[in-house]
Write a protein that binds this ligand. Structure first.
Ligand SMILES: Cc1ncc(COP(=O)(O)O)c(C=O)c1O
Length: 406
């Protein structure tokens, strides 16, 4: 007879953190099942039509013919990859100390490690709202108290941040870190201007709080901009910068980097397993990037995603009611929308799926349930015709909801 496993027998073995995660409701809970032919504009996957398959194939065979033993054995991340990231940071004006740089298994790994090295349950951290849903999940799982600072047209609202920090201080609370995506923010697409960045880093230094600058989309601008990395600003000893190859190469390589204060890097290294970014893939990425190939590839990506973004913005102008306000992104993967009171996002998404398309309801980007009338629409994954068709379907869902409630 097969015994039915009794899951409760493990309960007392689990750590407090593991028990907390089991009781946590995923913020994706609002998402309905999509039909197989739904045009999903919900997730920011990379566009598979431009994965560099030729460069991958030739780099793999080049690597294997060079030295199979070296790429297949235990070894640290390829030194050439460190050199590549260093060069790219230096090009942005960062005075790089190699000891402060670490290669990681995706930037998600760093987001997952941060609570481990900073947060006891009940500690306070600060995020912008809305923000990257993966970060919200990692941070909430740590039992942190999450303060949410609103995002305006220029990214995180720095006046609100200043008030929040002052209020916390008056209650003797020193937050552990401030998490921000200043460049083509996920999900709003906003770009924080230089002056706001300078104020943010100065506030972090004044209050003694780490700033985590997540630069996942920094390379994907549709036109030049002058906003600096926070690593170049006065107070940068309080900045941990994270970047990723996911958006400029392919998410499947799971390759990213972190650069920050020596004390923080020391802890990140201690908690990170070295063998998680395999020798083979670190060499593959540096091999692919050589002779300027990566920079040329990024130039192509900028044009490609700019074209998709423009097509989506135009389709929105044609198909959405005029009182749906949307951001016009200058980079990144997303258009963000603010819905009028009669179009709540979760209900709208249900109707939209019947019409053949889906988006990500705004609540998924908040740790506190806000965002009921907000929507993230990704142009990154679908083809241009599908982006346009998907927007037309969402527009007709909006009209149907209005017609029914009239
Ligand atoms: C802002 C932001 N940070 C981090 C990540 C995760 O990137 P990675 O693939 O490097 O783990 C994403 C992915 O969507 C993101 O949007």
């Amino acid at each position: 007879m097969t015994r039915v496993p009794d899951t409760s027998m493990y309960e007392q073995l689990f750590s407090h953190a593991a028990r907390r995660v089991a009781n946590q409701t995923s913020i994706l809970v609002d998402l309905p099942n999509e039909k197989p032919d739904t045009i999903s504009l919900a997730f920011g996957d990379a566009d598979p039509s431009i994965f560099p398959s030729h460069q991958i194939t030739s780099s793999v065979s080049g690597l294997l013919s060079e030295n199979v033993d070296a790429v297949m054995n235990y070894a640290p991340a390829d030194a050439r990859l460190h050199a590549l990231v260093t060069k790219r940071l230096e090009a942005r004006g960062v005075a790089v100390d190699p000891a402060q740089l670490m290669i990681t298994y995706g930037s998600s790994q760093v987001l997952g490690l941060l609570p481990q090295i900073f947060v006891e349950p009940g500690d306070t951290i600060i995020v912008e709202g809305p923000t990257f849903l993966g970060a919200v999940e990692y941070f909430a799982a740590s039992g942190a108290r999450i303060e949410t600072i609103p995002v305006g047209p220029d990214g995180m609202d720095i006046d609100s941040l200043a008030s929040c920090l002052a209020d916390l201080k008056s209650r003797n609370i020193r937050p552990k870190f401030i998490y921000t995506i200043p460049t083509f923010q996920n999900p709003t697409g906003t770009l924080m201007p230089a002056s706001a960045r300078a104020r943010l880093v100065a506030l972090a230094a004044e209050y003694g709080v780490l700033v985590v600058e997540d630069d996942a989309y920094g390379d994907l601008h549709f036109k030049p901009h002058t906003a600096p990395s926070m690593l170049t600003l006065p107070g940068n000893e309080w900045v941990l910068h994270i970047g990723t190859f996911s958006k400029i190469l392919a998410p499947g390589v799971r390759m990213a980097w972190a650069y920050g204060p020596p004390a923080v890097m020391k802890r990140l290294r201690a908690f990170k397993s070295e063998s998680d970014c395999g020798t083979f893939v670190t060499r593959l990425v540096s091999h692919m990037a050589q002779d300027g190939w990566l920079e040329r590839h990024i130039q192509m990506l900028r044009l490609h995603y700019a074209t998709k973004s423009a097509a989506m913005v135009q389709a929105i102008a044609e198909h959405f009611p005029a009182d749906v306000r949307t951001n016009v992104p200058e980079g990144g993967f997303f258009v963000y929308g603010y819905l009028p009171h009669d179009l709540p996002a979760v209900a709208l998404n249900d109707v939209a799926i019947r019409h053949g398309a889906s988006f990500l309801p705004g609540t998924t980007g908040y740790a506190n349930g806000q965002g009921t009338h907000e929507m993230r629409i990704a142009f990154s994954f679908q083809t241009v015709p599908n982006c346009v068709k998907g927007i037309a379907s969402i527009g007709s869902a909006m009209r149907e909801m209005r017609h029914k409630s009239a």
